[in-house]
Write a protein that binds this ligand. Structure first.
Ligand SMILES: Nc1ncnc2c1ncn2[C@@H]1O[C@H](COP(=O)(O)OP(=O)(O)O)[C@@H](O)[C@H]1O
Ligand SMILES: [Mg+2]
Length: 257
């Protein structure tokens, strides 16, 4: 469904040059949930932004469903690929009702049945019709992120790119939203690429996980390897220890990578 091959992104010039993504490659099968994990600044969002078309200063190749992507995306691309961002406060227009927010993509893509689509997708993300005419500030963080998920789903994409979709939420709400995302993926047979700095989140959600550090792929592992601890790279083992919570003794032994 998605093939990323030797993807590179360089920001800035001269002394400010930052090779933020270096020769990143991975394959995501149809219906799979693929994770990108790594510390802050490791290049995860940059990779997603290249796939989604937000960034165009990349080189290498990206294929969706066998078709290579160019730097500029046709409008039909957004029927196939949608993105959910970390910050549900920043990604929803503060002066638009949920109804208006959800109808915008319907209008842009000239689809019919706007009211029905809005109601259906709201119920799919667990929000009743009473939420339709509310504004973002009248919703909790978890509810706002559900709206962001609904907006991504309304065009019925096949691939959803999720950039830290629960990192801005309280821990108790995080699990609810993650479980909802799992359910939706199963029901719609979606393909996910999920970015998180938290190995616990990706190991809960993903079949295959690419570990990134400083713009490079450290290793690509599967769920079983995480459970059995059969990891090749010490960086990945360290990330696994870190994801288990605060442990003074373990942290004292951490290396710099
Ligand atoms: N638009 C941009 N312009 C310049 N540098 C950027 C831009 N976006 C990201 N970077 C840099 O690229 C690197 C990777 O960032 P990012 O992909 O956001 O990491 P992550 O999502 O893993 O935290 C960082 O050094 C960041 O400062
Ligand atoms: Mg990021």
């Amino acid at each position: 469904m998605l093939k990323v091959d030797n993807l590179n992104v360089v920001f800035g010039h001269g002394a400010d040059k930052n090779h933020a993504v270096k020769e990143v490659s991975f394959l995501v099968n149809r219906g799979e949930s693929f994770g990108l994990v790594g510390e802050s600044g490791s290049g995860k969002s940059t990779v997603l932004n290249c796939i989604s078309g937000l960034l165009s200063n990349w080189y290498g190749s990206i294929e969706v469903d066998g078709a290579p992507l160019s730097h500029k995306r046709p409008i039909s691309f957004y029927h196939k690929v949608q993105m959910v961002f970390q910050d549900p406060y920043g990604s929803l227009h503060p002066r638009h009702t949920i109804d208006a927010t959800l109808k915008e993509p319907i209008a842009i893509h000239k689809l019919g049945d706007a009211n029905q689509r809005v109601e259906r997708v709201l119920s799919e993300v667990g929000l009743g019709p009473q939420f339709r005419f509310r504004y973002p500030h009248q919703l909790s963080g978890g509810q706002r992120q559900r709206v962001a998920v609904a907006r991504a789903l309304i065009l019925e994409p096949e691939i959803v790119l999720l950039d830290e979709p629960t990192s801005a939420l309280d821990v108790s709400i995080q699990a609810e939203v993650l479980n909802l995302l799992q359910e939706i993926r199963r029901e719609r047979s979606l393909t996910y690429v999920l970015v998180s700095h938290d190995l616990a989140v990706v190991s809960h959600m993903c079949d295959t996980i690419s570990v990134m550090n400083q713009g490079e792929t450290v290793e690509i592992i599967n769920r079983e390897q995480l459970q059995t601890g059969e990891l090749k790279e010490s960086y990945t083992r360290q990330l696994l220890v870190a994801s288990r919570g605060y442990d003074r003794q373990a942290i004292d032994q951490f290396q710099d990578f």
